[in-house]
Design a binder for this molecule. Sequence first.
Ligand code: NAG
Length: 209
Amino acid sequence: MAPIFLCFLLFLLPTPNTATQDFCVGDLTAPDTPSGYPCKKVSAVTVDDFVFSGLGVPGNTSNLIKAAVTPAFVSTFPGVNGLGISAARIDIAPDGVVPLHTHPGGSELLVVLEGCIYAGFISTANDVYTQSLGPGDAMLFPQGLLHFQINSGDTAAVAIASFSSPAPGLQITAFALFANSLPSPLVEKVTFLDDDEVKKLKAVLGGSG
Ligand SMILES: *[C@@H]1O[C@H](CO)[C@@H](O)[C@H](O)[C@H]1NC(C)=O
């Protein structure tokens, strides 16, 4: 009796649909949400939604950090919407650095194509994992952990990063701390840094307050 009843119940439940749709290209005219963009109508999808051509173009490294990140995230590459994947190109000039930063939304797999990169991350136990990387080396930076990349050679370094999210996000720690409008006394209180240092860094990075 019981198995028959159970069988009947299962019959009533909606069957899990394993083949709902092949993709959900992001409709970038709609607002982004925690679960991504709504899907563009399939009739409006073209191959261009699945192709991003910017990763062959060197980023402009004439800036404070002498580095550039060219993201192929969902906002410029709508085909990745909902698929848990995206990419970026990283250019680091000699003496350049991608300063300590996090990607709140995804893990990163960095593959070095040219030059030498010294990279590392810091775990929540404050253990440090660093390595010198050359062409063909890949290093993983687990989701949310602070990490950095430094050009450790005397030629331009180029890497491609893949992310486990269509929108991994990027927050550079020094900018978060010193390019904001928090009053300096508050920044000093929460960082243990002195007034001179905080004001110097705010001036360099564009903070106010
Ligand atoms: C690179 O950026 C600098 C600083 O913003 C700018 O002056 C320069 O024209 C840019 N170079 C190219 C090739 O876009």
